[in-house]
Each structure stands twice: as C-alpha cells, then as structure tokens.
Design a protein around this ligand. Structure first.
Ligand SMILES: NC(=O)c1ccc[n+]([C@@H]2O[C@H](COP(=O)([O-])OP(=O)(O)OC[C@H]3O[C@@H](n4cnc5c(N)ncnc54)[C@H](OP(=O)(O)O)[C@@H]3O)[C@@H](O)[C@H]2O)c1
Length: 272
C-alpha cells in the first residue's frame, strides 16, 4: 500500500488525480475527506491509524511555518512511519540550489532525518521552485508592471504537473530509487523581462527593501516575510538559474520534454 499525504494541496491533489482508482493507494489529508485517511502532522495521534498497512509513504512536505513547526511536523511523520513499519519514504524536498532560501533548513533537516533512519529506505525529490510560484512573486500589478525584485536573475522554474508525474512514478516503484537524491529543476530559466514580455507587461523591478515592506504590509504572517524576501534575493543574485545543477528532471520524466515553464506561468497568471 502506498499512502500519499497532503492530497488537498496543489501538488498532492495532482498526485491524487494520477493515482485515482488504484486499490493499492490510500490518500491522506488533514481534512479527512470522504475516501481519504485523516492525518495531521500537528496531531501525531492521527498518524498510527493513518499509516497502518502502509509500505511506501509519499511525504509531501508541510512547509508553511517557522522552522520549528515544520521540523516537528516532519519528525512526527517520519517517527510514525518507522513505528508503523513503513519500508520506504519518498519526500518532496527543495532543490540543492535553494540553500539560500529561508525555508531550506527544514527540508535539509528532513533529508538528514531520513538518511539517519535505522528502518526506512528513502528517496528525496529535490523539487525546484514551481513555475506557478512565479505568480506569487512576479505577477503583474494593476498597471501591468512586474515589480518583484528579481534583478537580472532567472529561475529554472518547473511545472508542478511534471513534479507530480515524477512523484507518482517514483512512489509507485520505489525500489529502483532506493536511497537516491534527485535534483528536479527546470531546463529553461526565466527572468523578469521574459515574464513581462510573455504577458505584454513591463518589467520594473523594485528593491528588496521595498518588497520586504510591501510583503509585511500585505498581511503576511511573520515567517512569510523572510521566506519571500530570500526567494527574491536568491533569484536576483543568480543562485536559482539552474547553472551547475545536474537536473534529473528529463530522465525521471522518462525522457519526455518537460512542460514549458513560461507557458505554465502565463496560464497561471491568466487564470488568476
Ligand atoms: N517548489 C515550490 O515552488 C514550492 C512552493 C510552495 C511550497 N512548496 C512546498 O511543497 C509543498 C507542496 O506544495 P503545494 O504547492 O502543494 O503547497 P500547498 O498547496 O500549499 O499545500 C500545502 C501542503 O501541506 C500539507 N500540510 C500542511 N500542514 C500539514 C499538517 N499539519 N499535516 C499534514 N500535511 C500538512 C497540506 O496537506 P493537507 O491536504 O492536509 O491540507 C498540503 O499538501 C508545500 O507544503 C511546501 O512545503 C514548494
């Protein structure tokens, strides 16, 4: 039995769609929707029942929160998996080029925790930043200007759907991916000028200080301010453009072409 966590989320729901109807797959979510197992890493008491009979766990990172919150969630999930006799954990992590991002720490902690487990095999899917995520940080404003401070930097963005395809293919045949780390960054790096051109918008990047102040004033909770500011900074300063990353994306897609990140971004902006 494969159990997928977080199936109400954007990535988890794409994974769930791809696995629909399979009798050897269980779906888990905090909401406890019909046909799913209720599981909440913030309520570890829900986990023994949710993990019963599971051989492979696709652990979708529960990454919104301060480091101590996210680490505690992932510790609860992995401890419960060990206690339930889960044999293999597939974890959706963050690409290696993302180490300067404020939210990298909890991912790296989780990777270490899995590597040091005495009982579970693991596979780490180091997902690059989503093309869809660019709509959070580089959407055009009311005057059709993209002002996010990406500078002259670019992001090797990757479509969530491609990452869902890979998560499904790895989690349904995990033995071939035992104790492997995969880097899954996009093949086409996108900068602010590329995004603006595709939308017929103007690229007028502001400063990091302006962006930080605007994020704080937008009602963001405190951890989101460094999360987004560090994302701008890492992209602007050339850490996220895929240079020097040996991406496993195409190989794990079975050799097919990845979805075009610019098309995905444009579609996501137009759909709001
Ligand atoms: N690579 C990127 O660009 C990028 C961007 C944003 C986030 N991420 C990371 O990748 C993960 C999946 O991305 P996404 O786009 O699907 O994010 P999303 O739509 O916001 O989904 C958040 C996910 O976190 C799960 N979650 C939150 N708290 C949980 C808890 N206490 N116990 C169990 N599950 C919990 C949710 O599960 P439920 O079904 O239970 O609600 C859901 O699957 C995120 O959680 C985050 O760690 C990556």
């Amino acid at each position: 039995m494969l159990l997928v966590t977080g199936v109400s989320g954007a990535l988890g729901s794409l994974v769930a769609d791809r696995l629909a109807g399979r009798p050897d797959v269980a779906l888990g979510t905090r909401a406890g929707l019909p046909g799913t197992r209720r599981l909440d890493f913030d309520a570890p008491g829900t986990l023994p029942e949710a993990f019963a009979g599971v051989e492979t766990l696709l652990l979708v990172s529960a990454g919104y929160g301060e480091d101590d919150t996210v680490v505690a969630r992932h510790e609860a999930a992995i401890s419960a998996a060990e206690a339930a006799g889960v044999r293999h954990v597939v974890y959706t992590s963050l690409s290696g080029d993302g180490d300067h991002l404020a939210y990298a720490l909890a991912h790296r902690w989780t990777e270490r925790r899995l590597r040091s487990s005495a009982s579970v095999d693991w596979t780490i899917l180091r997902n690059g930043l989503y093309a869809e995520f660019l709509t959070w940080i580089a959407a055009p404003d009311a005057e059709n200007r993209i002002t996010g401070p990406l500078g002259g930097g670019r992001l090797a963005a990757v479509a969530r759907a491609d990452l869902a395809d890979i998560a499904v293919s790895v989690a349904t045949a995990p033995a071939a991916h035992r104790n492997r780390v995969y880097e899954l960054v996009g093949e086409r790096a996108l900068g602010g000028a590329d995004l603006a051109e595709a939308l017929g918008a103007t690229y007028a990047p502001g400063t990091l200080a302006d962006a930080r102040a605007a994020i704080a004033a937008s009602g963001a909770v405190p951890f989101q301010v460094p999360m987004l500011a560090s994302t701008y900074s890492a992209i602007a300063h050339g850490f996220m453009d895929g240079t020097g990353v040996a991406s496993d994306l195409r190989t794990l897609l079975g050799g097919r072409e990845p979805l075009d990140a610019l098309d995905v971004y444009v579609k996501a902006v137009r759909e709001g």
